[in-house]
Design a binder for this molecule. Structure first.
Ligand code: SF4
Ligand code: SF4
Length: 424
């Protein structure tokens, strides 16, 4: 803004300044002249300081729908408060090197990446993206929290998110491995979290076989997509996984990659691209691919659903509903199933509430994530259905924490593939 424009904009304040004493006047003028410097102290930041400021000065309009705030019921967890603390940490107004400020650093990780904030934000901010930029500065200062270092150590040691290579467990779990001959139509990219749900993986393999797809799984060569490293913002580790995955994907010859994990889909697409590694293949979530197969009569329903599976509710995975912006594939499949009653939860589609197990929150504060899972389970129970259908291994993992011990046998959480298999 030029001098003339500035004078015009602030002309209303001049008569007021003239009424105050000399010392106050000089303080006001000094602060006014230095306003840019005050907000943007000198220094090298990776953080998106400008948007952290914009968010922290907002009246917190999305706070009512932030999952971690609703779980903790403390204002500290609100999106604008997180942005404010992030700004203070990055600019040194809160000294991140002082051990007494560790709780403020931890706050930067108590975010479930669900992006409810973005749904409501008039500026389209994703607070998790803002926090990730603060994590970059914290990492540069060597302040990565121990619970994040532990995840990176596991990734580097086992190539997966477990302390053993979870892909190596496929034989004992009865999962079939199909190695590529370099001429596949589809590469079924199994997420490390999905390996915790062998019945889902087996169902996906069965469905692909029934549809006559030529595909491979390559479990002997498979590594994590690197998603956790992207969350933690260890980009060196993340890029190492991206390069390995690109090579494996290209070796299959497949033009289409499908994954059972929405986090893998997001990572293989947007996150790799932002990190400068582009995979020139079509990448879909399994639910999107199965919807196409059903629409094209490649998957034909031959049986009726067993009685106990005829009333269901949907838990939209945040990453499918909000990041992939797809709430219709899952519903499109349900529409084709006869005698299926679908009960929609109050918060659904792009307004879905998170299972609590996304992002870094469950490492930083497991109790917080469990409370968020309980909130979501309560919303799903309110539908009256006792079969909860989702399409994400992390949702399945997180939601399971939301039940009381006494009600565990009463409800079932299933992946859509498990339901589909009952029809084929
Ligand atoms: S994310 Fe948007 S709506 Fe939410 S507090 Fe920040 S600026 Fe306000
Ligand atoms: S991503 Fe979710 S938990 Fe994080 S600030 Fe936004 S709404 Fe809250």
């Amino acid at each position: 803004m030029g001098v003339e424009e500035t004078l015009k904009k602030y002309s209303w304040i001049l008569p007021l300044i003239q009424k105050v004493d000399r010392i106050t006047r000089s303080t006001i003028m000094k602060n006014f002249r230095q306003k840019k410097k005050n907000f943007f102290p000198e220094g090298e930041y990776k953080a998106d300081v400008e948007n952290l400021i914009n968010c922290m000065l907002c009246p917190n309009m999305c706070r009512f729908d932030c999952g971690t705030l609703q779980a903790s019921l403390t204002e500290t967890m609100s999106p604008a408060y997180k942005a404010r603390i992030g700004y203070y940490l990055t600019t040194g107004k809160i000294d991140p090197m002082n051990k007494e400020n560790q709780d403020f650093i931890n706050l930067m990780y108590k975010c479930t990446n669900e992006e409810n904030c973005k749904v409501w934000c008039p500026f389209d901010f994703s607070v998790v993206s803002l926090l990730e930029s603060v994590r970059d500065d914290l990492n540069d200062k060597g302040l990565m929290p121990d619970y994040c270092k532990k995840q990176i150590e596991k990734l580097n040691k086992t190539n997966t998110i477990e302390d053993h290579n979870i892909y190596e467990t496929y034989k004992e779990k009865g999962i079939e491995n199909l190695e590529t001959d370099g001429k596949d139509d589809v590469f079924y990219y199994i997420g490390c979290e999905s390996m915790k749900f062998p019945e889902v993986v087996k169902a996906n393999i069965q469905i692909l076989k029934k549809a006559g797809i030529k595909f491979s799984t390559n479990l002997d060569k498979k590594v994590c997509c690197g998603g956790p490293a992207f969350n933690i913002r260890d980009l060196e580790t993340a890029k190492k996984f991206a390069a390995e995955n690109k090579e494996l994907i290209e070796s299959t010859g497949a033009d289409l990659i499908i994954s059972d994990c929405p986090g893998c889909v997001l990572t293989l697409t947007n996150r790799y691209e932002k990190a400068g590694i582009k995979i020139e293949k079509k990448i879909l979530h399994t639910v999107q691919f199965f919807k196409k197969l059903i629409d094209n009569n490649k998957l034909i329903f031959k049986s009726d659903l067993p009685e106990e599976y005829k009333k269901i509710t949907i838990h939209d995975p945040c990453l499918i509903a909000r990041n992939l912006k797809d709430t219709e594939s899952i519903r499109g499949i349900f529409n084709k199933i006869q005698n299926l009653e679908v009960f929609e939860p109050l918060y659904n589609k792009e307004f879905v509430h998170c299972c609590g197990w996304s992002g870094t929150a469950h490492w930083a504060d497991k109790e917080l994530a469990i409370k968020e899972a309980r909130n979501r389970i309560s919303e799903l129970k309110d539908t009256g259905a006792n079969i909860f259908i989702s399409a994400c291994p992390l949702c399945e993992l997180g939601l399971a924490y939301g039940f009381e011990e006494s009600e565990k046998g009463k409800y079932k959480i299933l992946d859509i593939s498990e339901l589909l298999l009952k029809l084929l």
